[in-house]
Design a protein around this ligand. Structure first.
Ligand code: SF4
Length: 460
């Protein structure tokens, strides 16, 4: 798992680890049961969600996501308006049509069980699927883990992974130090090195078009968020992006009478994405759904506010931004974690902030040392960030937190560009610190909604 496309994926909200991952795991389980010719004999299906999935699965719609996955829906292609009706039918008629091939009785309230206080060994986001025949004999059971950013691992993958050979990249690296060393030795920027590595999986043409597709979905998400009105589900918090957009766009372009107006725009773009995410709409996981607003917000800043430097919609800048950000994301994934349930929000918003700062620093002409410094500053000042979503919903504090982190990413990039690249704390040591801090964090601060803001909000 060393491709930037593992970090940037088109999916649905509200959560990559709690919605996208479970839906994929359920679809995979049903597909494997079909391949093993077990669907014909199946009369009953059950799902258990453990740990963080059990604690916040209702708020994140993990329970509904597994039902849709069992029916054959996938996050990248699901049409939610259609799927919603199918889900209501399942709840009302107490029947589920597995992969649209085998209808079995299914009582959502009894057949999907959430275990908030039971954690499986490998990862806090565990889930097990079971199918039975007409005699109640277990036909198949499988456990999967949603390990962050929508990625899943089955129990088989875990044992296989131990034996797996590493992919032979032209410029392999396991740390930021090694990445910079490879760049220096081969006179490559970070994005150019990442492009060469990505060619192990696909052609340059495909890499470029896939990255531009990712950017297009980010842009659409911002646009839709800027025109969406009403309240966020369940908590009833008023959406803010449209009113900010209406106010800012009344001005004649980017007038800059108030120099801090740029901050309003960055906030707006992040809020727009995260409000869409909270409503279960299409977003790009970057590297998670909870942190999906930061990279699009900073890229919009790049396109709109650095217009004198860059021509608007410069494809190379978009591609280089995403490749550089991807390098930092892969380092965090490899040497720490990008899962809020594993290491708190520092692994989601903190990592996205670090990725965005690196991407921006590179497209603004930073040296590889300045890019690494930008990523390091952004991560260093995200250390200790807990994950305590109110009501188990990716809304409070998540939406505002993306806006604040987007501004911080721009600040980190600019601060790094004002230096000469040499700095005291390395990116490797700050990633290591993030991981250790996350491991020391009590589980009530790691996406269980059992501590922090999640328990201190007084309902009016
Ligand atoms: S607090 Fe952070 S890690 Fe937790 S759900 Fe919100 S964005 Fe994700």
């Amino acid at each position: 798992m060393d491709s930037v496309f593992e970090l940037f994926k088109i999916g649905i909200g509200p959560s990559s680890s709690h919605t996208v991952g479970p839906m994929k795991a359920a679809q995979l389980f049903a597909t494997e049961a079909f391949s093993a010719k077990l669907l014909d004999r199946c009369c009953k299906v059950k799902v258990n969600l453990f740990g963080s999935l059990g604690a916040t699965g209702r708020g994140h719609s993990s329970d509904k996501a597994v039902v849709l996955g069992l029916m054959g829906y996938l996050p990248e292609s699901v049409d939610m308006s259609h799927a919603k009706q199918r889900l209501e039918d399942v709840l009302e008629y107490k029947k589920i049509n597995l992969l649209e091939m085998k209808e079995v009785s299914f009582d959502f309230d009894k057949d999907v069980t959430l275990y908030a206080n039971k954690f499986l060994d490998f990862h806090p986001n565990g889930m097990s699927f079971y199918i039975y025949d007409s005699q109640d004999k277990l036909l198949k059971k499988k456990t999967y883990y949603s390990i962050g950013g929508g990625a899943i691992l089955s129990e088989d993958d875990i044992s296989r992974k131990k034996l797996e050979k590493k992919i032979d990249f032209p410029f392999g690296f396991d740390s930021a130090d090694e990445l910079l060393e490879e760049c220096r030795k081969n006179s490559l920027s970070i994005s150019a090195l990442m492009m060469e590595n990505e060619k192990v999986f696909r052609s340059e043409f495909e890499i470029r078009s896939e990255l531009l597709k990712i950017w297009k979905v980010m842009e659409e998400c911002v646009r839709d968020g800027c025109s969406s009105t009403g309240e966020l589900p369940i908590l009833g918090v008023q959406k803010r992006a449209k009113s900010i957009y209406d106010r800012l766009s009344k001005k004649d372009g980017f007038s800059m009478i108030d120099p801090l107006e740029v901050m309003d725009w960055i906030n707006l773009w992040a809020l727009a994405v995260n409000e869409q995410n909270a409503c279960g709409k299409k977003v790009v996981t970057a590297p998670t759904n909870g942190a999906a607003g930061i990279i699009p917000a900073v890229m919009h800043y790049m396109n709109k506010f650095l217009g004198n430097t860059f021509k608007e919609y410069d494809e190379d800048k978009i591609i280089n931004f995403l490749l550089t950000a991807g390098a930092v994301g892969l380092l965090c994934q490899k040497n720490a974690s990008i899962s809020g349930a594993d290491v708190g929000c520092q692994g989601e918003v903190g990592v996205a902030c670090s990725m965005a700062a690196a991407g921006l620093a590179e497209v603004m002409g930073g040296t590889i040392e300045q890019v690494e410094n930008a990523a390091e500053i952004a991560m260093e000042h995200s250390l200790g960030l807990t994950c305590d979503p109110v009501g188990g919903l990716v809304q409070v504090p998540c939406i505002e937190r993306n806006a604040v982190a987007s501004v911080r990413a721009v600040n980190a990039a600019r601060m790094a560009l004002n230096g000469n690249g040499s700095h005291f704390v390395s990116l490797d040591s700050v990633i290591k610190t993030m991981y250790e801090t996350g491991k020391d964090m009590m589980s009530k601060y790691k996406e269980t909604s059992q501590g922090g803001l999640a328990v201190n909000i007084v309902e009016c």
